[in-house]
Design a protein around this ligand. Structure first.
Ligand code: 5BU
Length: 273
């Protein structure tokens, strides 16, 4: 894997334009933090995005948990993304036949393709889900193509997750088959050397790894979530650490975001030395 290289070096050489942009943002802001903004009103979401914006590289949304989603949610979020130079990741976890996920991604009630730079999917339905989402994002008449990318959910952080072994290896194979659209994985470690893959890696392969379940003060929750620290996640290959309650539910969310930023950056610097 290329995880020993700096974000700047990876930004210069990565074949995917959105991956380059991700690494450029991380380098410019000295942040590898993705905040999982799991709040349930537009005002709370925009307020968090504005206050935490300076310290994060990416905001991760679950747009369908908002009780008052409207076009103002989107225009507000996009304005803050430009103001603070962060990218938007909608954690919708598409998981259906190709024909359905295309309709869930593009248009519909949530219009995800219009505003989410990054989306993710599970490969339970097979490789066709990746092909379907790529087809929509890279359609000739879709104006945002170069700014859209997919993370494959290759592993999960919850207790007893079934996304292991052959399933994880298939995720890597599918990612290798769609290098212009798949940025990398949501996983707990780097997967370029995962066992059981059948598609050979290319020379320039440089998967981006997002790791959820990062928390500085808790080991887990009562519903099976399992946490690790920024140091541990980045040591295992995370390029971007995702923290939700550890940041937004802290007594002072801004202070917490700064702390995750500092620890995430220190762990990254230690890794690239
Ligand atoms: P937390 O508050 O830091 O536990 O929130 C974690 C977020 O990451 C939450 O939005 C989950 O839906 C998301 N998540 C996860 O926790 N574990 C996974 O394996 C994946 C996503 Br994929």
């Amino acid at each position: 894997s290329k995880s020993h290289l700096t974000y700047g070096a990876r930004a210069r050489t990565h074949p995917n334009p959105l991956a380059r942009r991700l690494f450029e943002v991380a380098e410019a802001k000295q942040s590898n933090v993705t905040v999982s903004a799991d709040v349930t009103t537009t005002q709370e979401l925009l307020d968090l995005a504005d206050r935490l914006g300076p310290y994060i590289a990416v905001i991760k949304t679950h747009i369908d948990i908002l009780s008052d989603f409207s076009s103002e949610t989107i225009t507000g979020l996009q304005a803050l993304a430009s103001k603070h130079n962060f990218l938007i990741f909608e954690d919708r976890k598409f998981i259906d036949i190709g024909n359905t996920v295309q309709k869930q991604y593009h248009g519909g009630a949530l219009r995800i393709s219009e505003w989410a730079h990054i989306i993710n999917c599970a490969v339970l339905p097979g490789e066709g889900i990746v092909q379907a989402l790529a087809q929509t994002a890279q359609a000739p008449d879709f104006p945002h193509g170069p700014e859209r990318g997919l993370l494959i959910l290759a592993e999960m952080t919850s207790k007893g997750s079934l996304a292991t072994g052959a399933y994880t290896a298939a995720s890597v194979d599918y990612a290798r088959n769609y290098p212009s659209f798949v940025l990398g994985f949501v996983s707990t470690r780097s997967l370029g050397e995962a066992e059981g893959t059948t598609v050979a890696p290319s020379e320039e392969e440089d998967f981006v790894v997002f790791t959820t379940g990062v928390n500085l003060s808790s080991k887990g929750d009562k519903l099976g979530q399992q946490y690790q620290t920024p140091q541990s996640a980045i040591g295992r290959g995370a390029d971007f650490i995702i923290a939700g309650r550890g940041i937004y539910a802290a007594p002072d969310a801004v202070d917490a975001a700064r702390q995750y930023q500092q620890q995430g950056w220190a762990a990254y610097l230690a890794r690239v030395q």
